[in-house]
Design a protein around this ligand. Sequence first.
Ligand code: SAM
Length: 382
Amino acid sequence: MNESLNIADQELVLHRHPRHKKETLQAWDSADEYLINYFTENELGKHIGEGEQMLLINDGFGALSCFFQDFERTVITDSYLSLSSIKLNMQRNNCPEHNILLQDSLQSFPENVKVVLIKVPKTLSYLEYILQQLRSVVSPDTIIVAAGKVNMIHNSTLQLFEQYIGTTKTSLAKKKSRLIFSLVEQKEIPEKEVALTWEIEKQQWKIHNHANVFSRNHLDIGGRYLMDNLPEGDFTKVVDLGCGNGVVGMAAAQAYPDAQITFIDESYMAVDSARINMLKNFEEEESETARFVVNNGLVGFKPRSYDLILCNPPFHQQQAITDHIAWSMFNDAHFCLAGNGELVIVGNRHLDYQDKLERIFGNCELVTENKKFVILRAVKMD
Ligand code: SAM
């Protein structure tokens, strides 16, 4: 697998983080290459004056952050894994640190931006949030170029650019990617709250969902199945691993009132929604004992420190479908569970999680199943 990006007189070595022994995917894509080549060929750097900067939105693994190392720039992403990849790849390529600011998606966008490069995100709602934030900091002389795989750029994508920014055109496709050019125009901008709130009838919880939260329109059916099948026991230290909006951890907070619940996700928006949801739907005491952590699984957590870990595992990393995050979550869980502690997961029937759990824990019980999902339980033997 190619780890060396040779482009516009630079040679960068880029890895995906977390790194896997059998990694088959590159740490950049043709949309990154298209953006870099367009910027270079059109000398967009000349538009950035003293005290002004570039804004890079959704850099996946650091190709853009590293390539533009000579420019003042702010990088914004909702992904902890992207931020860690960017940091590691910058070190790997000896990029200076003084001229880059790394921000998460909930921080305010900088105001002195002259060139904005956007990798189009998977979800329209997150793109809409980005364009809303962007609108408030750009001026008619700001250059905005976005890029994405052809199959991710739809009419609805371009309509959002038209709606929030101005006249929008696309380039020809190259290596299955396309550029989007949007001119900043004076216009009436619709006032719209991109975050959504809906109710779970059974518990009468109001569930807040930031723009980039998994299953932000409705309760995920896998998540619901796990909420309805929590194990019985006197658990005191519980983790909602890959918490999204936090519904599974909230069900645990209700089922085990004395437990401290730790909500973990790699999306800043997810963890913030989980925090808001505990605060809104639980007594102060319960929401104050809960912990909210943006992290890659349980990496860096102490061994033997939890008695129950609940997980509705992800099967994507950015655009790629993968089971390696589920694998590493299960391994992390095994490391962090105390003796006799339990990992309980929900999974699509066709994903072979049972085999994985048996390999890691030496046991795995089918707790229950329906047409679509299984609930599996593995116990840490001691
Ligand atoms: N628990 C929620 C539910 O049931 O509705 C969300 C489950 S969703 C299938 C998986 C979640 O895992 C997503 O919110 C995703 O952001 C998160 N995730 C993906 N990779 C992660 C990682 N490396 N560490 C922590 N969370 C991760």
